[in-house]
Design a protein around this ligand. Structure first.
Ligand code: ACO
Length: 329
């Protein structure tokens, strides 16, 4: 639990690629249907990056929008953090590639991998680094090109995911929403529930790993569903209780956008009415680390937040990881 808190969210921006694929189009390529996908997940369409559009390109566009909103210049940024499970390449980091594309000076840049919980993990890390006094202005990004690791022969996973990016500028001073605190956790006891088995040091790329389709995302959806609801409820309750805030005081919940049924179950378990939850997963599917910043940006732009409203951000992802954050708008 971290409550160094009180970083200011000065700007937020997002970008989704222009290729839009709805469920009916997808069902021409995969043995599925609009009815199955919508009733099981709530997803209607998703965006895919073009072949030559990489995660760092999506991150670049989202970052430019966040920088514009914050009214800072790239020269002022002294920390770049990118949360992703689909970096342009294993190394160098996507954060380094993004730094160069944005013309940011030679400052600290690194990637953080906590799957769909990654953006809130990255905000927590940036908040801590800003609180140390050694950094002043952080660019925090969640960006994914999940279409690059999707198995088009596995209908149980390929219909769920999309591409996109969201970015935030965090500082200790200035005007914006106040980050009050964070909670991050993980349970690494069952990694194969959701993983990309090949391509790392355990199973380096080989003809065998390619034939076994080991470079694609694999998931036990049913088990992930059960864990997701449990860990997101816990991450929410623990964070609120640590800050002495009653659940009834929460004005908005921005959950990880994976599945409408997960959001409904969370709403029931937290006893927070569904109309306080912001959802855009019907448009984008699950964009992993990009999902919360894209949703946050859209909710901001839709003027959902009034001054002093309290927001709860909560996510879960491969690991299993989870994370939550409280923000005063
Ligand atoms: N189209 C049509 N039928 C399908 C499809 C599809 N795309 N996918 C599976 N089915 C079939 C199955 O083959 C099965 O058929 P059978 O009964 O004849 O065997 C049937 O539908 C039911 O399959 P289940 O897997 O049991 O379906 P379930 O109701 O559990 O829904 C789903 C699957 C949507 C994946 C759900 O389990 C889920 O959302 N889990 C959470 C996943 C998630 O949120 N992951 C994100 C993790 S975040 C990160 O870090 C990336």
């Amino acid at each position: 639990m971290s409550d160094s808190g009180s970083s200011i969210l000065r700007g937020i921006g997002s970008y989704v690629p222009s290729i839009k694929v709805d469920n009916n189009e997808l069902s021409k390529k995969v043995d599925t249907s609009d009815e199955w996908i919508r009733s099981r997940t709530g997803i209607k369409e998703r965006r895919y990056a073009a072949e030559d559009e990489n995660t760092s390109d999506l991150a670049l566009k989202a970052s430019q929008r966040a920088i514009d909103m914050a009214g800072v210049s790239p020269e002022e940024i002294d920390l770049v953090l990118v949360a992703t499970i689909t970096p342009d390449m294993a190394f160098p980091s996507t954060a380094c590639l993004l730094q160069h594309k944005l013309g940011i000076p030679q400052v600290a840049c690194f990637d953080l991998e906590a799957a769909c919980s990654g953006f809130l993990y990255a905000l927590d890390v940036a908040d801590g680094m800003l609180s140390s006094g050694r950094y002043k202005c952080a660019l925090v990004v969640g960006a994914e090109k999940l279409s690059s690791i999707m198995d088009w022969e596995d209908r149980t996973t390929c219909v769920l995911f999309g591409d996109g990016a969201g970015a935030a500028i965090l500082t200790k001073t200035g005007k914006g929403a106040e980050m009050l605190g964070f909670q991050c956790g993980a349970d690494g006891s069952n990694p194969s529930l959701l993983h990309q088995p090949a391509g790392g040091s355990a199973l380096p790329a080989s003809t065998e790993t390619i034939l076994a389709r080991g470079h694609f995302l694999k998931m036990n959806g049913r088990e992930i569903f059960k864990s997701a609801v449990r860990v997101m409820e816990r991450a929410s309750r623990e964070l609120l209780s640590h800050h002495g805030i009653d659940i009834s005081e929460v004005n908005h919940v921005i959950p990880h956008q994976a599945n409408a049924r997960i959001v409904e179950s969370l709403s029931q378990r937290l006893e927070i009415p569904l109309d306080k939850f912001f959802c855009n997963l019907h448009k984008y599917g699950n964009t992993s680390a990009a999902s919360i910043p894209i949703a946050l940006d859209e909710a901001f732009k839709a003027e959902k937040f009034r001054k002093d409203d309290l927001g709860l951000l909560v996510a879960f992802g491969a690991g299993l990881t989870w994370s939550s954050a409280l923000v005063r708008f």
